[in-house]
Design a protein around this ligand. Structure first.
Ligand SMILES: [Zn+2]
Ligand SMILES: [Zn+2]
Length: 297
């Protein structure tokens, strides 16, 4: 099977540590022979909007390229944090990890991580007007942090599930990013370490079957796509990588369609031959992939 698309690529404009230029991305995707590809920098909350605006400007300055699209990766935020961002009230924001220690910062670059109400209303910090103004052709919705949930597997699974359902019911979302990725990190005992021994890699086994089934149901009925993301395909825990692929096959058999994602952060753009071989091994064909539903071509 030949991969013909990658809709999840970060540019150096992204609010995180991504570093690829648009020129590098375009050249690499053209060499890979993709028919369609797109950049999708992060918008956790409106705080990141200036970065997305720069990304859009660079996209337009690069000029038209056949099959090259402008997308966005949005996080599921809470109404509580979006309101605080709007008021520039950042006192409770938190970014983890500097030399292994948590620290307080006045810039809620990843959203406001702590202090919000449990089970509060969820929100995507974007409007249709923003989408139109920025020419955003498709949106990938991702769970990137727990929304003020206790750090234990059961509550974290419920939180990830609720956020995923919220995004799959949202009219602006086309694709569910990296399903359940991050769960091993956020349900571990110590989030400020990079030591794999502190992760909870087998947490995926605790996800109830009805959650997998409900996500598949929402994708099919709401015309959304699931992402086959490199971070899931190549989960460092082999058993989990296999388990996650088996779940993707279940989704495929229920009629779910997919997009492929390198989720590039660090240039150079990778060789995707291995990903393609792995997907072929698991029985995926070109027919299992689709274009984001709102993409106009
Ligand atoms: Zn993501
Ligand atoms: Zn991403």
């Amino acid at each position: 099977m030949l991969l013909k698309q990658d809709f999840h690529i970060h540019t150096h404009c992204s609010c995180d540590s991504a570093n690829a230029s648009i020129a590098e991305i375009v050249q690499a995707c053209q060499s890979a022979g993709y028919e369609h590809f797109g950049i999708s920098d992060h918008l956790h909350t409106k705080f990141n909007m200036p970065d997305v605006e720069i990304s859009r400007r660079e996209f337009l300055e690069y000029g038209e390229v056949k099959g090259f699209h402008f997308g966005l990766e949005i996080s599921c935020a809470t109404a509580w944090e979006c309101e605080k961002i709007a008021k520039r009230d950042f006192a409770s924001c938190f970014t983890c990890e500097v030399n292994g220690r948590p620290f307080q910062t006045m810039t809620p670059i990843d959203g406001i991580m702590y202090g919000g109400p449990k089970n509060g209303p969820l929100m995507l910090d974007i409007t249709q007007e923003d989408v139109d103004r920025l020419g955003i052709e498709y949106i990938i919705g991702g769970v990137h942090k727990p929304n003020y949930t206790d750090q234990n597997p059961k509550d974290m699974i419920d939180d990830f599930f609720n956020q995923s359902c919220f995004m799959l019911n949202h009219e602006l979302v086309d694709i569910l990013a990296h399903p359940w990725a991050g769960l091993a990190f956020w349900s571990s005992y110590n989030i400020v370490t990079h030591d794999p021994a502190d992760l909870n890699p087998e947490v995926f086994l605790l996800i109830p079957q009805e959650y997998w089934d409900e996500l598949a149901h929402l994708m099919v009925t709401n015309n959304k796509l699931a992402e086959l993301n490199r971070c899931n395909l190549f989960n460092p825990n082999e058993k989990m990588a296999h388990f996650l692929m088996e779940k993707m096959i279940e989704w495929k058999e229920k009629g779910v369609k997919f997009t492929f994602a390198t989720d590039l952060h660090k240039a150079p753009y990778p060789d995707t031959t291995k990903a393609s071989e792995l997907l072929t091994k698991y029985g995926f064909t070109e027919d299992d992939f689709a274009l984001p539903p709102r993409l106009k071509i």
